[in-house]
Design a protein around this ligand. Structure first.
Ligand code: SF4
Length: 329
C-alpha cells in the first residue's frame, strides 16, 4: 500500500491485524491523513479496526489502553526492549521510502573529509548498506555503528538516542545522515560534536552549514535557559507516563540533588508536556520525559524547562564545557 512517499507491506499488516479481535491502528502525524484509507483496506479484508488519534512521536509513545487487544503501529520501528511492556501488545509495521542509493552522490560535494559515519532513520534505514557500498566505491572509509536496545537497526538513530553514532564518533571526521528534516541531524551534531551532512532522499536536498548554524543557535538558547533558572528555588521534576520515556530512577536522583542544593523539589507526572507549565507555581522545571521537549518546544514555555544535564550545570555539578545532549539509552 502506497501512502504518499511511503510504502507499507499489506501482507504484514493483515497478518498483524488477525492477531486480535479488537484492533486499533496508530501512526505518526505524517501518516495520520491516511487513517481512513488504512481502515477501509482492513475492513475489505474482514477486520474492523479503530484509530488511536493520540500523539505518536515514536515507539516510546505508548501507555496502557483498555478495551483493545492489539495495537498496530504503522510507520515506526519497534523499540525491542519494550516488547513485553506494551499493554495491549503492539505490532510495528514500518513504512519505507524506496530510493536509489546513488542519490548519495549528491552529498559528495559537501563531504570534504574521508572517514564518514553513516546514520539514518526508519523510512530510509533499509538502504544504509547500499549507501555505504556506494560511498566506499567513491574512495571513502565508511562506518556504521551498532544499535542500542532502543532501536531495531544498526546505524539507526532516534531523536533521543544516538548510540550507533556515539560508538563510532572517535573514528570518523563527519556524519552523513540519510533522512528528512532537521530534527535528527541537529541533535546528532550537538551529541557527537562532529560535523553533520544531511541528505534527504526525497528530492535529494543536502544540508551542512544550516545544521551547524541551527545547532549553535540551540546551544545559545540552552545557555540562556540555564541562566534564567539560576535564581529558582522551587522546581517541578517532570516524569512522563509514556512507557519509553519513563526514567523514575533519574527523577529520584534529581530530586535529591535539588534538595541538597537547598531547593524545594516536587514530582510532576504528565502525558503531554505543554504550555500548562506556564500556569503552575514553580520557578522552573526539569524534564526527564522526551529529551526533545525542553529543547524543541522551548518557545512555548515562559519558565525555563531544563534537561537533567542542564540542571547539573545550573547547580555546578558539571561544567558548561561538558554540555551534552540528554539521551535515553
Ligand atoms: S523519547 Fe522523544 S526523541 Fe526519543 S523516540 Fe520518543 S519521541 Fe522520539
Amino acid at each position: 500500500m502506497k501512502l504518499k512517499y511511503y510504502e507499507i507491506d499489506e501482507k504484514k499488516l493483515l497478518e498483524a491485524a488477525k492477531n486480535g479481535k479488537k484492533i486499533a491502528i496508530k501512526m505518526p502525524e505524517g501518516l495520520q491523513p491516511y487513517a481512513a484509507e488504512i481502515m477501509k483496506f482492513l475492513k475489505r479484508n474482514g477486520i474492523d479496526a479503530s484509530f488511536l488519534a493520540d500523539s505518536c512521536y515514536g515507539a516510546c509513545d505508548f501507555k496502557r489502553i483498555e478495551g483493545i487487544d492489539r495495537i498496530i503501529c504503522i510507520g515506526e520501528a519497534e523499540m525491542p526492549y519494550l516488547r513485553k511492556k506494551y499493554s495491549p501488545p503492539v505490532t510495528f509495521i514500518e513504512a519505507f521510502y524506496h530510493f536509489n542509493a546513488e542519490i548519495v552522490g549528491k552529498a559528495i560535494p559537501f563531504l570534504e573529509e574521508s572517514r564518514i559515519g553513516l546514520v539514518s532513520i526508519t523510512p530510509f534505514i533499509h538502504k544504509i548498506n547500499e549507501c555505504k557500498k556506494y560511498l566506499e566505491g567513491k574512495g571513502y572509509e565508511v562506518f556504521i555503528g551498532r544499535k542500542s536496545r532502543r532501536m531495531k537497526y544498526n546505524g539507526q538513530i532516534l531523536g533521543c538516542d544516538f548510540t550507533p553514532a556515539m560508538e563510532i564518533a572517535g573514528n570518523v571526521d563527519v556524519f552523513l545522515f540519510i533522512g528528512d528534516g532537521m530534527f535528527h541531524p541537529v541533535a546528532l551534531f550537538i551529541a557527537t560534536k562532529r560535523p553533520v551532512v544531511a541528505l534527504n532522499p526525497i528530492g535529494g536536498g543536502v544540508l551542512r552549514k544550516e545544521i551547524t548554524d541551527a545547532a549553535a543557535k540551540i546551544v545559545k538558547q540552552r545557555y540562556v535557559a540555564i541562566a534564567k533558572a539560576m535564581d529558582g528555588k522551587r522546581v517541578g521534576i517532570i516524569m512522563a507516563e509514556k512507557i519509553g520515556q519513563r526514567r523514575p530512577r533519574l527523577v529520584n536522583e534529581l530530586k535529591k540533588m535539588a534538595e541538597k542544593a537547598g531547593m524545594e523539589a516536587y514530582l510532576i507526572i504528565a502525558d503531554e508536556i505543554d504550555d500548562r507549565l506556564n500556569y503552575l507555581d514553580f520557578d522552573f522545571y526539569i524534564s526527564t520525559a522526551c529529551p526533545r521537549v525542553a529543547i524543541d518546544d522551548a518557545a512555548k514555555f515562559k519558565k525555563p524547562v531544563l534537561t537533567p544535564i542542564e540542571f547539573q550545570i545550573m547547580i555546578n555539578e558539571r561544567q558548561w564545557e561538558d554540555y551534552e545532549f540528554d539521551q535515553i539509552v
